[in-house]
Design a binder for this molecule. Sequence first.
Ligand SMILES: [Zn+2]
Length: 153
Amino acid sequence: MDFICPNCKSENIQRLSAVFHHGYADINATGTGVGYGVNSGAVVSTTQINGSSQTIAAQRAAPPYKKKWYDSVVKYTFWYLVCMFITYLMFITSKDDITSPLCRGFTIVWIVMSIVKIVTSIRYNRNKYPPLIDSWNNSYLCYRCNDIFELRP
Ligand SMILES: [Zn+2]
C-alpha cells in the first residue's frame, strides 16, 4: 500500500504518535518547562506561550487516554469528608448526628457516585479504549492538508 494522504495525495505524512512525541520534545526544548502531564491544562498555556504549529499539531495528535476512576473517587471522598465535617460543625449539639438524614444523604451520594464512576471507567477502559488506541496507533497527520486519517498495511 502507498503511504500517502487519501485526501490530497501528499507523501508528507507522519504517524500521529511521532507527531505527538516530537511535539512534546519541542515543548521541552523551548524551556517553557518540563514534566507537563500529557493531558493537563499546562499544555494549553504552553501553546499560548509558543504559538508554534508544532505544539498545536502535537495537541491534535494526542492519544486517547484511559479513564482514571481513582482520581475522581479521591475527589468525591474529599468533598464527602468536607460535607460531613461542615455538617458535624453545624449540628454538633446531638450525638446521633452521624445518622441524621443529611449525613445519610451525603453518604449515599458519595457511594453511588463512586460506584458509577468506577463501573463506567472500567467499562470504557475495557471496551472503548482498545479500539481508540489501536486507531491512534495507525493514524497519520498530513502536513499539507492537515487531515488526520488511518492507514493500515
Ligand atoms: Zn493531505
